[in-house]
Ligand binder design. Sequence first.
Ligand SMILES: Cc1cc2nc3c(=O)[nH]c(=O)nc-3n(C[C@H](O)[C@H](O)[C@H](O)COP(=O)(O)O)c2cc1C
Length: 201
Amino acid sequence: MTTATAASTGAPIRLAVIVGSTREGRFGPKVANWFTGRAALREDMSVDVVDLADTPLPASLTHRPGPEDAKALEAVTPRLDAADAFAVVTPEYNHSYPAPLKNAIDWHHSQWQAKPVGFVSYGGISGGLRAVEHLRPVFAEVHAVTVRDTVSFHGAWDAFGPDGRPTDPRGPDTAATAMLDQLAWWAEALRTARAARPYGA
Ligand SMILES: Cc1cc2nc3c(=O)[nH]c(=O)nc-3n(C[C@H](O)[C@H](O)[C@H](O)COP(=O)(O)O)c2cc1C
């Protein structure tokens, strides 16, 4: 049992795991499935996986949302609204993060506000950390708080076995626990604060 689990007093933290890569043949689900499994072990969290490949959103802000756009957003927006915390699973593309992930961020605003965001990244030699560092100021702009610790996989395709688990799970498991503990702390603190006083009021 983690410190956060032991200290938790309220209802479970609703964690939305956002899968940011959408391309065909993507590696992302392997990372996301493992991480979701770690989060699901916790008694202080319930997990909803928002896979942006399953819930494509209209091209960002180029037009007024029509009925089709509203339908697409309906598959994502209420779930972000309901979340107390977010874990963003992101690869690194050309030293940054995928366009569909930016699109999903841009379509929303209040859904992010005064909520914590953690990152699970993967890629080549940098483990997706450049993508993470690009995401931090973006989430600050929408009034989210990003937690310090990340989970990252460099050379990700060699880091997982055929069973979908990390070949050496000690480092990733420890990193996931640290990040999830920080998310839980912030999520509970901010949920209490939002209930006491609407953010920005
Ligand atoms: C267009 C593109 C650009 C990439 N750029 C980088 C990069 O800058 N740094 C890096 O470490 N890996 C880079 N990669 C490798 C990806 O991080 C790696 O292929 C990863 O598996 C992509 O995630 P996905 O399979 O879930 O889409 C790039 C891959 C693609 C497709």
